[in-house]
Design a protein around this ligand. Structure first.
Ligand SMILES: Cc1cc2nc3c(=O)[nH]c(=O)nc-3n(C[C@H](O)[C@H](O)[C@H](O)COP(=O)(O)O)c2cc1C
Length: 426
C-alpha cells in the first residue's frame, strides 16, 4: 500500500534470527482477571482475517496434521477421523478440541466499530460478533473515540457472551485515525482515561487494551498509558511495539515491551514480529512479558501456536509435511464452505459472503515459500469459485504427495508472506 506507510516486506524478508534462549519459555498460562489463558499465546486481532472461520481453524490447527507427537498436546484418537480430507466434521472436532491441543490460549475478533455496533441491526451484529462455543476463551475488540458509545458497545460484547473486551489504540488506518479512533487517540491521553473509565464501569468481563508505543518516536506514551490502564482497573494490555508512524516497517522495538512490563503489575502481552517459536521464547526472555501475541505469522504458518507449545515443552518442534499442508488448506477451505452454507439464508449483511475470495487470500499467504507456490497462486487467482480453487489445490498437492516429496521452504519462491495490500489495519 504505497503512500500509506504500510511496508512489511523489509522486516518480514529480513527477520532477526533468534537462537533458543536458555532462560525463557512462553508461560504456561496468564490470567486476565478470572479468564485463564492457557497456554499464554494469543491470536492477534486482524481485520479481514480473524473471522470466526479463521479463528476456529487456528484453534483446531493441530488436528490437521499427520505428525505423531508424544506430548500431551496430541489430538485424541477419536478425532483422527475429523482431520481426514473429505470427512472434516466440524461438530466432531468442536466437542473435543482444547486450547492445550491447539496451543493458542486466546482468540481475538477483528476490530469492530463501536459506532457501527451501536447503530447496527441485530442481524449485522451477528455477522461481526459471531463466534462458536469452541472459540472460548475469546475476546472482542472495539475501536471508536466516543466514551459512551464504546461503553455501550462493550455492554453488547458482554451480553453476546465474549470472555473479554479489548480496546484498539493501535490502528494506523487514515479512516480510523481521522475519526480519532485507533492510534489517533494516542495523542490524547486524557480522552483515553475517559474511555477507560466508561468501559470499565459498563462491563464486568475482563477489559484489556491493545496499543502501539505512541504516535511517533518523539511521542512515546506506552509506559504512561500502561500505568493509566492499570490505575483504571484494566485486566491486561497488549503492546505492538511500533509507533503509528512506523506502520509495519522496520523492526518492532521489544525494549518498550520490557519497559511496560517493568512499569505495571497487570499482565503484559508482547506483540510484533514473532514468526517462529524461537522468536516467541526470545520475546519472553528479552521483555519478561506474560504472554505472546501473534498476527501475520498465523495465516502463513497456522501451526505456529502448537509449535510454540511443543518448543516450550521439549525444546524442539515438528515441521509440517507436504501432506499436512494439503490437509490444512483443504480443511480451511471446507470450513469456509460449511460456514457459507450455514449462513446463506441469513439476511445479506449477516452472511459470510463469497468463500472463493477468502480462499484466494489464504492460499496466497499459506503457500509462501512452497516450491512451485507461485504457479499454484496463479492458478488459484484465476479460479472462478470455491470448487475451482479446491481443484487447483488438489492438482498441485496430490502429485507431490504421491511422489513422496518433502516440503522444504523455498526462499526463491518469491511469494510474500503477507502482501502489503492486506495490511489494512492495526
Ligand atoms: C491484515 C491485518 C489486519 C490487522 N487488523 C488489526 C485489528 O483489527 N486490530 C488490531 O488491534 N490490530 C490489527 N492488526 C495488527 C496485528 O494485530 C498486530 O498487532 C501486528 O500485525 C503486529 O504483529 P505481528 O508482527 O505478529 O503480525 C492487523 C494486522 C494485519 C496484518
Amino acid at each position: 500500500m504505497a503512500g500509506r506507510g504500510f511496508t512489511v516486506k523489509k522486516n518480514w524478508d529480513n527477520p532477526v534470527e533468534h537462537a533458543m534462549p536458555a532462560d525463557a519459555r512462553v508461560p504456561a498460562e496468564v490470567c486476565l482477571g478470572p479468564v485463564v489463558v492457557r497456554p499464554a499465546t494469543v491470536l492477534a486481532p486482524m481485520a479481514g482475517v480473524t473471522d470466526t472461520v479463521f479463528r476456529r481453524f487456528i484453534r483446531h490447527a493441530s488436528l490437521f496434521t499427520t505428525c505423531g507427537s508424544a506430548d500431551a498436546a496430541s489430538p485424541p484418537e477419536n478425532l483422527a477421523e475429523a482431520s481426514n480430507i473429505g470427512s472434516f466434521d466440524v461438530a466432531g472436532v468442536e466437542s473435543a478440541v482444547t486450547n492445550a491441543q491447539s496451543g493458542c490460549g486466546l482468540l481475538m475478533t477483528e476490530f469492530t466499530s463501536a459506532d457501527g455496533l451501536a447503530r447496527m441491526r441485530e442481524t449485522k451484529r451477528r455477522r461481526y460478533l459471531t463466534f462458536y462455543e469452541d472459540e472460548h476463551p475469546i475476546g472482542a475488540q472495539l475501536f471508536g473515540s466516543n466514551a459512551e458509545t464504546l461503553a455501550e458497545a462493550a455492554r453488547i460484547v458482554e451480553e453476546t457472551g465474549f470472555d473479554t473486551v479489548d480496546l484498539n489504540l493501535g490502528c494506523p488506518a487514515k479512516r480510523v485515525v481521522g475519526c480519532n479512533g485507533g492510534s489517533g487517540l494516542l495523542r490524547d491521553l486524557p480522552k483515553i482515561g475517559e474511555i477507560f473509565r466508561a468501559i470499565r464501569k459498563a462491563v464486568t468481563i475482563p477489559f484489556t487494551v491493545k496499543f502501539r508505543m505512541g504516535w511517533n518516536e518523539a511521542q512515546i506514551v506506552c509506559v504512561e498509558l500502561a500505568r493509566m490502564a492499570e490505575a483504571e482497573g484494566l485486566n491486561g494490555l497488549a503492546l505492538h511495539a511500533r509507533t503509528r508512524e512506523q506502520g509495519y516497517s522496520g523492526q518492532a522495538h521489544w525494549n518498550w515491551i520490557a519497559a511496560v512490563k517493568q512499569a505495571v503489575r497487570i499482565p503484559v502481552i508482547g506483540n510484533g514480529d514473532v514468526r517462529t517459536p524461537e522468536d516467541a521464547a526470545a520475546m519472553v526472555a528479552e521483555t519478561g512479558c506474560d504472554a505472546v501475541m501473534i498476527g501475520r505469522a498465523a495465516p502463513a504458518n497456522p501451526w505456529i501456536f502448537r509449535q510454540i507449545a511443543q518448543y516450550t515443552a521439549t525444546g524442539s518442534y515438528e515441521r509440517p509435511t507436504t501432506e499436512d499442508r494439503y490437509r490444512m488448506i483443504r480443511a480451511y477451505f471446507e470450513m469456509l464452505l460449511v460456514e457459507a452454507e450455514a449462513t446463506k439464508d441469513l439476511p445479506r449483511d449477516a452472511r459470510m459472503g463469497d468463500p472463493a475470495g477468502k480462499m484466494k487470500q489464504f492460499a496466497t499467504w499459506f503457500t509462501h515459500g512452497v516450491p512451485g507456490g507461485a504457479k499454484l497462486r496463479a492458478g488459484i487467482y484465476h479460479a472462478r469459485n470455491g470448487a475451482d480453487v479446491l481443484g487447483e489445490v488438489e492438482r498441485f498437492f496430490v502429485p507431490l504427495i504421491e511422489a513422496g516429496d518433502c516440503f522444504e521452504p523455498d526462499a526463491e519462491d518469491g511469494g510474500q508472506a503477507f502482501p502489503e495490500s492486506a495490511l489494512v489495519c492495526d
